[in-house]
Design a protein around this ligand. Structure first.
Ligand code: PNS
Length: 159
């Protein structure tokens, strides 16, 4: 498999997401990081800002592309002519939701594989929601997110 899609809300991208992107970029020829345009849960940051943070955080990885999608993930994967979807697993608690999504996607598109990559254990506790909460309460998030995200959160007065 040459091309994969790594979808998510990325609201904002964390070092855990970056870890998955780096791992995927070593395995596959092309990784399309795809930000969902209208997530079920309202995103805190505008799509354009989330895309920009991703671009700045992944700029040095030459086989990583940033895009956005609406509608069904499997339709986007097929449009991209990608072979599969990459998702990160932090802990066992992620598994139920991820398994449900993978099986649902497989029912709709049997040829679209889901590939799970384990994040480094340093990131097993990390989520975008936690980052936002810590930043809002004045905590230091510099070790939790890529530098462009820390800068963005500071500029928005989130920290
Ligand atoms: O970062 P997230 O919020 O865990 O990402 C979830 C995402 C965007 C991957 C998921 O909600 C998704 O694929 N949405 C697109 C709609 C879709 O295809 N739904 C059916 C699969 S369950």
């Amino acid at each position: 498999m040459k091309k994969v899609v790594y979808p998510g809300s990325f609201d904002p991208i964390t070092n855990g997401h970056l870890d998955v992107i780096e791992r995927a970029a070593k395995i596959f020829d092309e990784v399309v990081v795809a930000v969902i345009r209208n997530p079920e849960k309202q995103a805190q940051f505008p799509l354009a800002d989330r895309l920009e943070m991703l671009k700045q955080s992944t700029g040095r990885m030459k086989n990583v592309y940033i895009d956005s999608f609406d509608g069904l993930l499997v339709d986007f994967v097929e449009q991209q002519k990608a072979g599969g979807v990459v998702r990160g697993l932090r802990a066992v608690s992620d598994f139920d939701y991820e398994f449900q999504m993978a099986i649902t996607n497989r029912r709709m598109a049997p040829d679209v594989e889901t590939i799970f990559l384990m994040t480094d254990y340093h990131f097993s506790y990390l989520s975008s929601s936690l980052v936002k909460q810590i930043a809002k309460l004045g905590g230091d998030i510099t070790s939790l997110v890529p530098a462009p995200v820390a800068k963005y959160l500071t500029s928005k007065g989130v920290k």
